[in-house]
Design a protein around this ligand. Structure first.
Ligand code: NAP
Length: 346
């Protein structure tokens, strides 16, 4: 029975032993479980529902949580962490990520301290620059919304933000730092100029958007890839959908192994992610779903043929396009992703 019912943190009878969950090791020798719980409820779930799911997820064996200040729920998730820690799980057993939002690139230390305060923690295992663009957008805004003072990626400016990320490590407030939503040309410059190199890169990764080139690049630089929207974010808000978007969990190549194993196609996406070599951070507040996602990385792997089949279904279908970060008129979202191989000119 869950905490919500008993008011007591209890390891669930059907839990997965966290020691059985595989992990990836960063350049600094730190271990990150290959599956973490996403905590972005979008506009569908309240902060309290997500906080309950964090407790429920810990009761079934999750030890890795992907948070961010912009998700607007760190205070409530902090209350969940207190329940988990009071319930006997040690801080060292948990791997907790947070991220600095775009309007705080100039004051990363304050932003991190706020997240630590809200989450009720002394340190974060991982802190990410959420997006490489310093533009504020209110949560839930429409994709056509543009910030009047929107700026492009300016490497010199980004490195000022990165220097503050490095300071967080020096201060002992975070164990490791990383990037998110960056491209190969941006990462090349960041790797060249960073004193503390990114330990991870969080990027959109699912069967229909495998980003093989960036994935290979990240691995070649000893950066651990963390894949967000690993199931293809099937329930993202309509404002984030376009007519050409494809649906991973409706793909026959994903459905076939799901039928063989008697699981939901979402579970096949998580298995594929873990077996391919990235960390997956699927979101669900529903016990049945988050438990089956966790179990998926410890039992019944996909066969080599199934892995090869899924490698062949990439549709280059980016779902989180980032339109709101465009900085001038008449641009298309592709400009954010440096498709020419060079950073798009300001
Ligand atoms: N760094 C970034 O910029 C960035 C961007 C986007 C997301 N993220 C992170 O990535 C996390 C996950 O991304 P996401 O929420 O966009 O997409 P996702 O994890 O691909 O998809 C989540 C949806 O899949 C469904 N689902 C999950 N497990 C399932 C299962 N076993 N069976 C059936 N359905 C299942 C859930 O439906 P139900 O709700 O019905 O359970 C949920 O709504 C976020 O929460 C956030 O932490 C980071």
């Amino acid at each position: 029975m869950s905490y919500a019912v008993t008011g007591k943190f209890e390891i669930a009878a059907d839990s997965v032993n966290p020691r059985k969950v595989p992990f990836r090791t960063t350049r600094n020798g730190r271990k990150i479980p290959v599956i973490g719980l996403g905590t972005f409820g979008s506009d569908r779930f309240s902060a309290e529902e997500i906080s309950d799911a964090v407790i429920g997820a810990a009761e079934v064996g999750y030890r890795h949580f992907d948070c961010a200040s912009v998700y607007g729920n760190e205070k409530q998730i902090g209350a969940a962490f207190k329940v988990i820690l009071d319930g006997g799980i040690t801080r060292e057993e948990l791997h907790i990520t947070s991220k600095v939002w775009n309007d705080m690139h100039h004051d990363v230390v304050s932003s991190c301290k706020q997240s630590l305060h809200d989450l009720g923690l002394d340190y974060l295992d991982l802190y990410l620059v959420h997006w490489p663009f310093p533009n504020f957008h209110p949560p839930g805004c429409d994709v056509d919304s543009r910030s009047p003072d929107a700026k492009p990626y300016i490497h010199k400016e980004f490195m000022k933000t990165w220097a503050q990320m490095e300071e967080l490590v020096t201060l002992g407030l975070v164990k490791e730092i990383g990037t998110s939503n960056v491209t190969i040309p941006k990462l090349n410059l960041i790797m060249r100029d960073a004193i503390i190199k990114p330990a991870v890169n969080e990027m959109e990764l699912h069967p229909h958007f495998q980003q093989q080139e960036l994935f290979n690049f990240v691995l070649s630089k000893n950066i651990v890839p963390i894949g967000f929207s690993p199931i293809g974010s099937p329930k993202r808000p309509d404002r984030d959908k376009t007519e050409t978007d494809t649906v991973d969990i409706e793909d026959p190549v994903i459905i076939a192994p799901a039928e063989r194993l008697g699981v939901h196609p979402a579970v096949v996406c998580v298995k594929w992610a873990a077996q391919r070599g990235q960390i997956a951070i699927p979101f669900s507040i529903h016990r049945k779903n988050y438990l089956s996602n966790l179990k998926s990385v410890t039992e019944n792997p996909l066969t080599e043929e199934e892995m090869t089949g899924i490698a062949g279904v990439d549709k280059n279908c980016r779902l989180i396009k980032g339109q709101v970060f465009l900085w001038k008129e008449n641009q298309t979202w592709e400009d954010l992703w440096d498709l020419s191989g060079k950073i798009t000119a300001p």
